[in-house]
Design a binder for this molecule. Structure first.
Ligand code: SF4
Length: 146
């Protein structure tokens, strides 16, 4: 049975721009060649690669997540990833459009991110172009990518 999500993405498709998809040799923040934004989205939906199939947009999946996080409005996309890590149980990954003026640094976004970062064993990571940041309650750090 198909999963019923509390929201619909409509003509958003921003995931098909912001996420890096190695299987498609698609970098972060560039439209996938298979995407028709605003005109039906994925043109290879039935055969799209696994990372596209398993991707879950947090705004779509969590109705308690504010409307201001609608990706096309926020210019950001949030993905919560469960991990097996010595220090963390989940990563909250925020993928930001390079052309946007760092909306994650402003309210209401930074407050939401700091609240998420206060959850036990949760790491909030911001990806914008070739820069990566970590958000913790009361501070933001830029980190080098491995
Ligand atoms: S293959 Fe389809 S779902 Fe995956 S990024 Fe491209 S357009 Fe989006």
């Amino acid at each position: 049975m198909a999963e019923t999500l509390p929201r619909a993405c409509g003509a958003c498709s921003l995931c098909c721009k912001l996420l890096p998809i190695a299987a498609l040799d698609k970098p972060h923040d560039r439209w996938c060649v298979h995407c028709r934004p605003g005109a039906g989205g994925c043109t290879i939906y039935e055969t799209r690669p696994e990372p596209c199939r398993s991707f879950s947009c947090h705004w779509l999946a969590d109705a308690s997540f504010g409307e201001h996080w609608f990706p096309q409005k926020a210019k950001m996309l949030v993905q919560v990833v469960t991990v097996q890590d010595a220090n963390y149980d989940q990563f909250v990954d925020v993928h930001v459009e390079r052309a946007a003026a760092d909306p994650w640094r402003r309210e209401p976004y930074i407050g939401d991110l700091e609240r998420l970062a206060a959850y036990p064993r949760t790491l909030v990571r911001i990806f914008r172009g070739d820069r990566t940041f970590i958000v913790r309650p009361g501070e933001t750090l830029e980190v080098k990518r491995a």
